[in-house]
Design a protein around this ligand. Sequence first.
Ligand code: ADP
Length: 209
Amino acid sequence: MELSERQEKILEIVKENGPITGEKIAGCLELTRATLRPDLAILTMSGFLDARPRVGYFYTGKTGTELLTERLKKYKVSEYQSVPIVVKEDVSVYDAISSMFLEDVGTLFVVDEHACLTGVLSRKDLLRASIGQKDLNAIPVHIIMTRMPNIAICYKSDLLIDAAKKLIDRQIDGLPIVKDTEHGCEVIGRVTKTTITKVFVELITDHNI
Ligand code: ADP
């Protein structure tokens, strides 16, 4: 996060004199307390400063990188999930390829009649199945999919960083987000490499870090 010149000055004052009241910081800068209020709010929300009632502001000693790391470690899968695209086990490879194009995704999740996960289809799974095949309508996807229990999954409450680690460890493009039900793992969302890329860009452009 880029701090303004005034915010940098406030940090210096608090570092040297903290705990210090907002009134006194304003006095050092020859500004009013009201003028400083937004800057103090930003510095407190972003974690550079802490405020105690009747004591004042003090410096937390955390660097921008530490604060960024702290923030990243709190992101939950639920905040960034996208809609899962699912197909039934008996649809053909041809129809699965059509779904992939129509829905503009790289991974399809295969589900049973209870919307519970039974398999995953990647682009290469479908390409592999297509090579040398004359009739793609004749092959159901359950023959070629990667199937449970070998599927890496995640839950809404998981940390995004753990989902990202799974994508890297398993060398895959996406994870289904599931909910445990009496019938199995119901598919309720997905996290993909695109999700993680979006978060990365958001972090850089977001001024609230
Ligand atoms: P691609 O095969 O197009 O490179 P992936 O890297 O996502 O795409 O998939 C590689 C293999 O891993 C495929 O065979 C796919 O079925 C399987 N796969 C994809 N997602 C998962 C997952 N969440 N858990 C287990 N296997 C998966």
